[in-house]
Design a protein around this ligand. Structure first.
Ligand code: CP
Length: 336
């Protein structure tokens, strides 16, 4: 490892371009704006009769999902296909990992098949970062969600949804509601909103579902929906992450819905032009009323469509950042 390698953030190359996409923490505003602008340009590809561009022709993208997923896995597959890459999706429940093979050995085998990019979802926080540190240097790693740590492409598709519906982040009030404690989406959203200059970020939830250290995200904390939703422009509802929850954090789902469920009555507390978002999967009658999920303020399905464009942007930018780094390394070698 050279002295420059030691100082450089893992996910950026020597020119400050993306080469892995692991977390939004520490990424500069210009880079987030570039992802949003690139995704905007890819939305048009999805509206064409032939939904393909040749940017990743000859490249292999390997989706490795150790945790269930519907939206992230399929939209990464579509994104890679629309960029003309070859795509493999490893179903971990039927792979050799379930026969005792370590994560490390599985990845070494995939590397041997000459994959250029890995999209990884894992139940352990830090898994994508671990893989990026150990994978061979030419391979890009994209985090498809790791434990309760980060879900950076979800964070960016949420930002694209807000920008397309509200124009910009200045003067916006955004409320994130529910199980913040276990939510990688909430962490990625808070980081992105702060970096993009949103002046009023609110989190609303019971004390038992709020993590310590929320002040680092520059958010205001509310325990009451009436106060927290007053006049907001954007409401981001979260799923109760029961799979990550210890018992005793909630009296019952019914009690949670009574206090924190987004009903039509509560939506009326927000701005009349407020949008309602949810990363999915939604639990009707647990965190959101059906009439709200399917109503005119809901942009939940638009989020899924924008997710394809965001994932096309991230895949193409990381591939290009890897190629630039290879060239920079080659230039240095030739000089020595
Ligand atoms: N939003 C999200 O990550 O959904 P999936 O778990 O279906 O991928």
């Amino acid at each position: 490892m050279s002295p420059t390698d030691a100082k450089r953030p893992l996910q950026l190359n020597d020119n400050g371009q993306l080469r892995h996409f692991l977390s939004l923490d520490g990424l500069p505003r210009e880079l987030l704006d570039e992802i949003l602008d690139t995704a905007d340009s890819f939305l048009e590809v999805g509206a064409r009769a032939v939904k393909k561009v040749p940017l990743l022709r000859g490249k292999t993208v390997c989706n490795v999902f150790f945790e269930n997923s519907t939206r992230t896995r399929t939209t990464f597959e579509l994104a890679a296909q629309r960029l003309s890459a070859d795509v493999i999706t490893l179903n971990v429940s039927t792979s050799s990992t379930s026969k005792g093979e370590t994560l490390f050995d599985t990845l070494r085998n995939l590397e041997a098949m000459a994959a250029d990019m890995f999209v990884v979802r894992h139940a352990e926080s830090g898994a994508a970062h671990f893989i990026a540190e150990h994978v061979c240097p030419d391979v890009a790693v994209i985090n498809g969600g790791d434990g309760r740590h980060a879900h950076p492409t979800q964070g960016m598709l949420d930002m694209l949804t807000i920008r397309r519906h509200k124009g910009s982040f200045e003067n916006l009030s955004v409320a994130i509601v529910g199980d913040i404690l276990h939510s990688r989406v909430a962490r990625s959203d808070m980081l992105a909103l702060k970096t993009l200059g949103c002046p009023d970020i609110r989190v609303i939830g019971p004390q038992t579902l709020l993590p310590a250290g929320l002040e680092q995200y520059g958010v205001r904390v509310f325990h009451d929906m009436q106060e927290g939703l007053a006049g907001v422009d954007v409401i981001i509802m979260l799923r109760l992450q029961r799979e990550r929850m210890q018992s005793g954090l909630l009296p019952s789902q019914g009690e949670f819905y009574r206090l924190y469920g987004l009903t039509s009555q509560r939506l009326a507390l927000a701005s009349p032009t407020a949008i309602v978002m949810h990363p999915g999967p939604i639990n009707r009658g647990v965190e959101i009323e059906s009439a709200v999920a399917d109503g005119s303020h809901s942009v939940i399905l638009n989020q899924v469509t924008y997710g394809i464009a965001i994932r096309m942007a991230v895949l193409s930018m990381a591939m290009s950042g890897q190629a630039t780094q290879r060239q920079l390394n080659q230039d240095v070698e030739e000089q020595n």
